[in-house]
Design a protein around this ligand. Structure first.
Ligand code: OSB
Ligand code: MG
Length: 377
């Protein structure tokens, strides 16, 4: 593939959530989303969505740091490297430490562009093997147990294959107990988003072993692989790592230490498709199931998550759910829909496989910037 990148266009859109989404680190009511559009010299284009949040609470990045990184460092490095294929983007950006969500947003746009030029669906272009993916939902912290039970009940009725509930200190074992009592057979997991500390919370976390959970996701701090390993030795429930896994190297470290039995892969968190594919290949070779996490994406990010979920190691239902769970109206057409069996049919048209609603994006845009990628060569 001989790509000739010409420019990238950045836009910030503001999209109100239908309902607030609350995790252990805070409550979101509207998303500020950075969209990236990559153009080649013939005018073809591809789309990416940067998943950095409004605040540096999930990780260190925010939409504002990602914007700055993209315009000041990522675009100039891409231009200087004279990148000729999507698979070269990640290495071209190696000089920039961290800032993986910013890199992934741009890399995703280049992958979509490349698939569109090659006239193949993106999921085939990345060597995905699945025509349908299985879906779970992530349910935020609710104001009451009754409200939580109500949400869980509706998601099960919709057909979702796995329910994950967010927990935090003071809102954990009793919630799990209530959900399990009402839905004894549901495939259930919990996500703590790093809210616990092994020194004080190990006894409480071990009580979760009584509820037949599929996994506990990221109980401890992102850097605490050693403590996760210690906790895993004391718990039956498989630990799944999210925040902790930002590269193939620390996926390997986590596995060697016994810090997790499952990995949640997010394109943004690991810096894009190249690293995500390397992690899924490693996990597959070492018997670790993986699944695709979500970051409350709008349609472009959701479409990329669907493509990623078609790779071989993605054997557990992911957090890739219908557009209508979060948005009154998505920015793609058709919106992402989930069948009554809790599956998404992978789209068959070229690139991400969904039409992007440019008019809606224009109406939602609060900031824009174009960076040329040709000047320095
Ligand atoms: O930990 O998976 C997480 C949302 C924002 C930040 C972190 C997480 C989440 C979710 C949402 O759980 C999953 C989704 O997009 O549906
Ligand atoms: Mg998580």
């Amino acid at each position: 593939m001989n790509l000739r990148l010409e420019r990238i266009e950045l836009r910030e859109i503001e999209l109100p959530l239908k309902w607030p989404f609350e995790t252990s680190f805070g409550r979101t009511t509207r998303r500020r989303i950075l969209l990236v559009k990559a153009f080649d010299r013939d005018g073809a284009c591809g789309y990416g969505e940067c998943v950095a949040g409004e605040n540096p609470f999930y990780n260190h990045e925010t939409i504002d740091t990602a914007w700055l990184m993209t315009t000041q460092y990522i675009a100039p490095l891409l231009a200087a490297a004279g990148v000729e294929s999507a698979s070269q983007v990640s290495r071209a950006l190696d000089l920039i430490r961290e800032n993986r969500m910013a890199k992934a947003g741009v890399e995703a746009a280049v992958w979509d562009l490349e698939a569109k030029i090659a006239q193949v669906p993106l999921w085939q272009h990345i060597e995905g093997t699945r025509e349908e993916i299985t879906c779970g939902v992530s349910i935020g912290i609710q104001d009451s147990t009754a409200a939580l039970l109500d949400k869980v009940s509706r998601e099960i009725e919709s057909g979702y294959r796995r329910i994950k509930i967010k927990i935090k200190p003071g809102k954990d074992v009793q919630l799990v107990e209530a959900v399990r009592a009402r839905f004894p057979a549901v495939t259930l997991s919990v996500d703590a988003n790093s809210a616990y500390r092994i020194e004080t919370d190990a006894p409480l976390l071990k009580r979760l072993d009584d509820y037949n959970l599929l996994m506990i996701e990221q109980p401890l701090a992102p850097g605490d692989l050693v403590d996760h390993a210690k906790l895993q030795r004391e718990m039956q429930t498989p630990i799944c790592l999210d925040e902790s896994i930002v590269s193939l190297t620390n996926a390997r470290h986590a596995h060697e230490l016994g810090a997790c039995q499952i990995i949640n892969i997010k394109l943004g968190r690991v810096g894009g498709y190249s690293e995500a594919r390397a992690i899924q290949a490693f996990a597959l070779a070492h018997g670790l199931p993986v699944w695709c996490g979500g970051m409350i994406e709008a349609g472009i990010g959701r479409a990329h998550n669907i493509a990623l979920s078609t790779l071989p190691g993605f054997t557990l239902p992911g957090d890739v759910s219908a557009s209508e769970r979060y948005w009154e109206e998505d920015i793609i057409e058709p919106p992402v829909t989930v069948s009554c069996k809790g599956t998404i049919k992978v789209p068959t048209s070229h690139g991400i496989g969904y039409e992007v609603n440019e008019a809606r994006i224009e109406a939602l845009t609060v900031r824009r910037e174009t960076v040329r990628l040709t000047s320095s060569r």
